[in-house]
Design a protein around this ligand. Structure first.
Ligand code: PLP
Length: 393
């Protein structure tokens, strides 16, 4: 789209979609071709050696996938972007590209379950030193970073208590020791937060969640400088965790309504958080938009909206959760998040199922906690659904 600047709502629709397509199609076609043919050997050679643009083999690049990558590149304000088969593929490829034996990574305890598993179960075996700090403790992060490290890995807001990390502050600390800063921006989406603008070097997403937005395709994306993205891309094209054209199409299709969905979900989540905070049967509500949330001030300064994820604790034990959740009509009791339909579940049976009750308590996760991913339904219907279920307790 040249050098002209457009708003996020416009970029969500148009970025990566401005080529004339086969037959005059007005949407990006799904190009299910494994390889791409050339009549001219010189041209083939130039594309193969990266001297000319083009496609060779879909494990490396593919026209439908490239269109999705361009969309996320523009929305994150990055120089380059690439994609992966899942969000975990984006995370593991990025981490394994930069973390070799002898390297040191600093991160937080509240990262996504799979990410946390990489840090705790896999990297130590490769002789990578992993230091996980208390998620809200910026002083500890700064102290550990200043000791020297190669990579700083952040996630904000976090799962399931929506803790907030000051990206600018931590990126500044990382710059001083020359560490690469990676931020998992899945919960915020590029509509609400752009980590690269705040000093991060790389931003990644599980595209399975808000970007796709319909719980019907999996993928991962990564954006940042050409130099860093190229390194991760090279690792991915060789290890093969590539995104296929079909899910790339589904994700790009979902992304066209990303700004619409996120605007609605920001507004609805705020109203639901306010409603729940005043309810006598709810003991705690975690939502960064609430002024009494520990990370509210930082969230206000680095996010344009507070997102569609919230969690709340019922005033009692897990037995209340067992009663409450099945009384809700407008939720899927399921893992995952960020879809058009509302999803809910207790961390005790979903994201933090492998931890003991004591370990959850250490992370500040009450046994009666419910994670609630607000969909795009009418907020009045969601509020009355919650009211009905709370009245059953
Ligand atoms: C779901 C999720 C992931 C992993 O993504 P998959 O697409 O399931 O592999 C990573 N980070 C966050 C914050 C997530 O919610």
């Amino acid at each position: 789209m040249g050098n002209r600047k457009f708003s996020k709502a416009t970029n969500a629709v148009w970025a990566g979609e401005d080529n004339p397509y086969f037959g005059g199609a007005v949407t990006t076609p799904i190009v299910n071709s494994v390889a791409f043919a050339y009549k001219d050997l010189d041209e083939w050679y130039d594309v193969s050696t990266g001297k000319a643009d083009g496609f060779i083999y879909s494990r490396n690049t593919n026209p439908t996938v490239a269109s999705l990558e361009e969309k996320i590149r523009v929305l994150e304000g990055a120089e380059a972007a690439t994609s992966f088969a899942t969000g975990m593929a984006a995370i593991s490829n990025t981490l394994f590209t930069f973390l070799k034996p002898g390297k040191r990574v600093v991160s937080v305890k509240d990262t996504y379950g799979g990410t946390s598993k990489l840090f705790l179960d896999f990297f130590p075996a490769y002789h990578v030193e992993v230091k996980l700090c208390e998620t809200g403790n910026h002083e500890e992060l700064e102290y550990e970073i200043a000791k020297g490290c190669d990579l700083v890995y952040l996630e904000t807001p976090t799962n399931p208590t929506l803790k907030i990390i000051d990206i600018k502050r931590i990126a500044l600390a990382a710059k001083k020791v020359g560490a690469v800063v990676v931020v998992d921006n899945t919960f915020a989406t590029p509509i609400n937060q752009n980590p690269l603008e705040l000093g991060a070097d790389l931003v990644l997403h599980s595209a399975t969640k808000y970007l796709c937005g319909h719980s019907d395709a999996m993928g991962g994306v990564l954006a940042g400088s050409k130099e860093l993205v190229q390194k991760v891309f090279h690792f991915r094209e060789i290890n093969g965790a590539s995104l296929q054209a079909d899910p790339a199409y589904m994700i790009a299709r979902g992304m066209k309504t990303l700004e619409l969905r996120i605007s609605r979900q920001n507004e609805s989540a705020m109203r639901i958080a306010n409603y729940l905070s005043e309810h006598s049967k709810v003991s705690q509500v975690f939502y960064p938009g609430l002024v009494d949330h520990a990370g509210h001030a930082i969230a206000k300064s680095q996010m344009r909206g507070y997102g569609g994820m919230l969690s709340f604790a019922l005033d009692g034990g897990y037995n209340l959760v067992e009663k409450f959740l099945p009384s809700l009509k407008l939720v899927h009791l399921a893992a995952s998040l960020g879809s058009v339909s509302t999803l809910a579940g207790p961390p005790r049976t979903t994201s933090h199922v492998e931890l003991t009750e004591e370990q959850r308590a250490l992370l500040g996760i009450p046994e009666s906690l419910i994670r609630y991913s607000v969909g795009i339904e009418s907020v009045d219907d969601l509020l009355s659904d919650l009211e009905y279920a709370l009245n059953q307790l």
